[in-house]
Design a protein around this ligand. Structure first.
Ligand SMILES: Cc1cc2nc3c(=O)[nH]c(=O)nc-3n(C[C@H](O)[C@H](O)[C@H](O)COP(=O)(O)O)c2cc1C
Length: 262
């Protein structure tokens, strides 16, 4: 369970803004933690907190606030790349996007087939349309029922106000393509972040785009193709978080030969 250490908290509201699930609220100038039923354990709350005032039951302060790495690749992966959900209206230049897409052609791909193509929703007009069609798809299909509820509260987890959406398209029946797509999208994201852009994977939009004829038409998804994954891209509207989120290592099982004594 998360809690707020009130002797540290200055009620700045950084956690309220960072939490994608709306678990923190600022009421009458004071931050409160509401029900944590929908918490996804992303720990953006503690990452955003300038006073390290968020606490996690059973975890020491030192473990909950890991040190920031110095090595550049570790810094890019652990700290600079983060799911950003607040963007400015500024449009990234096409050259910047293309530079990352070209770089990502060097990502691994089974038998080097690279069986994908890109569509880019470029500009707020396009991404707002994508957001609205995604919420409409949710209302009609009953899938992701939280989307219309969030939309009514003015919360957007579909495009988060990003100026661009990168959509990675793959042939529908190619069983290897989803893994290739994940590799190329991960690489693209890191290259974009390294160029100073901000990103967030757009799973809600992607799911809707696979299904909704209106979204397929907007993106230009051809017959026999499907979106594998999508990425919001834009400029972040704030500085990066001061801390790393808590990310404990998942279980690791070492499978190796037993040592025989000589
Ligand atoms: C496949 C995939 C789909 C996602 N879809 C969404 C989404 O639709 N909206 C959103 O706000 N975040 C989305 N995310 C972001 C995750 O919530 C985020 O990566 C996770 O909470 C970890 O946070 P981090 O990326 O900052 O480390 C998605 C991430 C992935 C990998």
């Amino acid at each position: 369970m998360l809690s707020i250490n009130e002797s540290r908290c200055v009620n700045c509201g950084a956690c309220v803004r960072a939490c994608p699930m709306g678990i923190f609220q600022l009421r009458k100038g004071a931050v409160r933690v509401g029900t944590q039923r929908h918490c996804i354990l992303c720990y953006h709350c503690s990452a955003a907190c300038p006073r390290q005032a968020i606490e996690l039951e059973g975890i020491s302060h030192e473990a909950f606030y890991p040190p920031k790495p110095q090595a550049p690749v570790q810094e890019l992966v652990r700290s600079k790349r983060r799911a950003i959900r607040h963007f400015t209206d500024k449009l990234p230049e096409k050259g910047q996007l293309l530079s990352a897409l070209e770089g990502a052609e060097y990502a691994p791909s089974a038998k080097n087939r690279r069986p994908y193509r890109w569509a880019v929703l470029y500009g707020r007009e396009q991404t707002v349309r994508a957001r609205d069609l995604t919420v409409a798809w949710s209302e009609i299909s009953g899938e992701s029922p939280e989307l219309p509820i969030l939309a009514a509260k003015g919360m957007d987890l579909v495009t988060c106000g990003a100026a661009c959406l990168l959509v990675l398209l793959i042939p529908k029946d190619d069983f290897r393509a989803p893994v290739d797509a994940a590799a190329v999208m991960t690489t693209t994201e890191l290259l974009l972040v390294d160029q100073g852009l901000a990103t967030c994977w757009a799973g809600y939009f992607n799911r809707a785009c696979a299904d909704s004829p209106d979204l397929r038409a907007l993106v230009g998804v051809e017959e026999g193709w499907t979106p594998a994954c999508s990425l919001m891209v834009g400029y972040p509207d704030r500085e990066r978080y001061p801390n790393l989120p808590y990310r404990p290592l998942r279980p690791v099982r070492w499978v190796e030969c037993e040592r025989t004594s000589d």
